[in-house]
Every structure is written in structure tokens, then in C-alpha cells.
Design a binder for this molecule. Structure first.
Ligand code: GLN
Length: 184
């Protein structure tokens, strides 16, 4: 499996390390043509405004729109995929929507279909305001969705790359494997 990590900004190394641990070949993507031949793509966290600006500068916004494989977006990566930005996932998201006192926090999350809690690291995290009818909620925090899936898109408002728990990346790689087998 050849997985790209968008390397304009953010937690690129952490994602790459986790994907390698799970057996993927990782490519750091800085140019549109590097998306060719990838089986999946990770859009990491960072700062979404800077992220969008740099993506436009390198033509990565358009390239991403035409990328057809599974995509994992975390934190700012979820913001850039939403309705207001690249419009690839049917979500309306508020940026930095947790109060100042709790701007960053950790919490145990319930992952759907799994008894083991998932540790969520939230850093100035986005909050989902509205999700379209095709969006499934895979984990919640205090009744609000924090891990969601819409077809080939998996998005988390937290940072799974900052813990030792590999389950979110495994979910993503399962989707990648499935897409490869459908293609074959
Ligand atoms: N607060 C950032 C933004 O609005 C996202 C934070 C993150 O990715 N850790 O883009």
C-alpha cells in the first residue's frame, strides 16, 4: 500500500511513522504529481488557513479534488475537506470551537463496535455543526461526533497520530485495502 501524507504543514512525521508501523509505504506529498499512483492519502492537522493557502500556492487543492482514493483527515485536515473549503465531505465545521479554558484536552472516546476506549487528543479542535445524511458517526465525545465517515472519507477532530493507539489508522488502511481489491 502506497499512502501519501500531505506535507505542506502539520503532523506529517507522526502520521508517517504510524502508517509505516502498520506496513504502508509512505510518500510525503508536496507536489500535485506526487498524488499519482497513491492508494490513499492523509491530510494532517496544522492550521487550516495556512494549510489552504499553501495548498492553493502549490496547486494541491485542485489535485486533491481529483484524488479518487480513500482519505483520512485529522483536525485541520477535517476542516480543509469540509463544505466551506474543498467541499469533499458533507460537513459544516466550526474552527477552534471549544472554549478557551478547554481549547486542548484529552478524553476517552467510545469507538463504535469496540469496547476498548479510544484516547482522543484534542488541540484547538474543530467541532461538527452539521453533518449531511450520508455521514456516519464512528465516535463521539460528550454526545458530539468526533470521528466520522462518508464513503471513502474518514475524518477525526482529534489527533490519532499522537497516541500509541493505531485503530483509526487501521480503519483507514482497511478502506484502502478494500478500494485496492475493488480496483483489481
Ligand atoms: N485550530 C486549527 C485550525 O483551525 C486546527 C488545529 C489542529 O489541527 N490541531 O485550523
Amino acid at each position: 500500500m502506497k499512502i501519501g501524507v500531505l506535507a505542506v504543514q502539520g503532523n506529517v512525521r507522526e502520521h508517517a511513522a504510524m502508517l509505516r508501523r502498520l506496513g504502508a509505504d509512505v510518500v510525503e506529498v508536496r507536489k500535485p504529481e506526487q498524488l499519482d499512483g497513491l492508494d490513499g492519502l492523509v491530510v494532517p492537522g496544522g492550521e487550516s488557513t495556512t494549510f489552504m493557502r499553501l495548498m492553493r500556492l502549490y496547486g494541491l487543492d485542485e489535485a486533491l479534488r481529483s484524488f479518487a482514493g480513500p482519505v483520512l483527515g485529522t483536525c485541520a485536515g477535517m476542516i480543509v475537506l469540509d463544505r466551506e473549503h474543498l467541499g469533499m465531505i458533507d460537513l459544516e465545521v466550526d474552527r477552534n470551537a471549544y472554549g478557551r479554558q478547554v481549547a486542548s484536552f484529552e478524553a476517552d472516546l467510545r469507538l463504535r463496535g469496540d469496547d476498548e476506549p479510544l484516547r482522543g487528543v484534542f488541540i484547538r479542535a474543530p467541532r461538527v455543526r452539521e453533518a449531511g445524511p450520508d455521514v456516519e458517526v464512528l465516535a463521539e465525545h460528550e454526545g458530539e461526533p468526533v470521528l466520522l465517515r462518508q464513503g471513502r472519507f474518514l475524518v477525526a477532530s482529534f489527533h490519532p497520530e499522537l497516541t500509541e493507539d493505531t485503530r483509526v489508522h487501521e480503519l483507514f488502511l482497511d478502506a484502502v485495502r478494500e478500494a485496492i481489491s475493488v480496483r483489481a
